[in-house]
Design a binder for this molecule. Sequence first.
Ligand code: SF4
Length: 206
Amino acid sequence: MKPPLFNHDKKFFAPFIEKIRTLYSSMDRSCAEAAAHYGFECSGCDDNCCEERFYHYTLTEHVYLMEGVGGLDDETRIEIFSRADEVIQIYRLHDSKGIIKRVMCPLNLDSLCLLYEYRPMICRLHGIPHIIRKPGQPEQQGPGCHKFDEVVMPDKTPSFEFDRTAFYSEMASLEIEIRRMLNFNGRYKKTVAGMIMDISESGKTE
Ligand code: SF4
């Protein structure tokens, strides 16, 4: 189901964009703090996480990515639309043949994210071991990426409490807000390529 984002102009989203920016800044700060604690720096690896088919579940992330796409020059925008289209075709081919294979995100160009400032939540949080606390449930622990385990933590015992709970909770609040604003109750599940294609097909990026 496509989100009904496209009858609204930049002004409509502006206050909301600021709220997402604030949340993402706080995620980035916490991530940097955790990474600094471990002395971990991602400088790329043979198992690039930008090749994983991550799904994103919020209109909030879509709206912010749309803001980023709107700031690209025409040539780059056309290029990423075309790359996203190719990636979607490859996903379809793999799915039809039952193949599980890594495919580079259409925003990754020469190992750099073209919309780094606008990347979705998991692209920001991935890599560092974390915990999530949900009311009435045992604390969930999540691992770091394979590089983190290999380089930083061979014994696999985290020594820093990187808690994602507040970020997820704030993201959920923003999601409620944007869905109210857009009167949208549908399911949202998109890869970055899928988000980019929706933005492309809407013909509205500003
Ligand atoms: S959005 Fe950027 S950081 Fe996220 S997978 Fe794509 S290229 Fe990598």
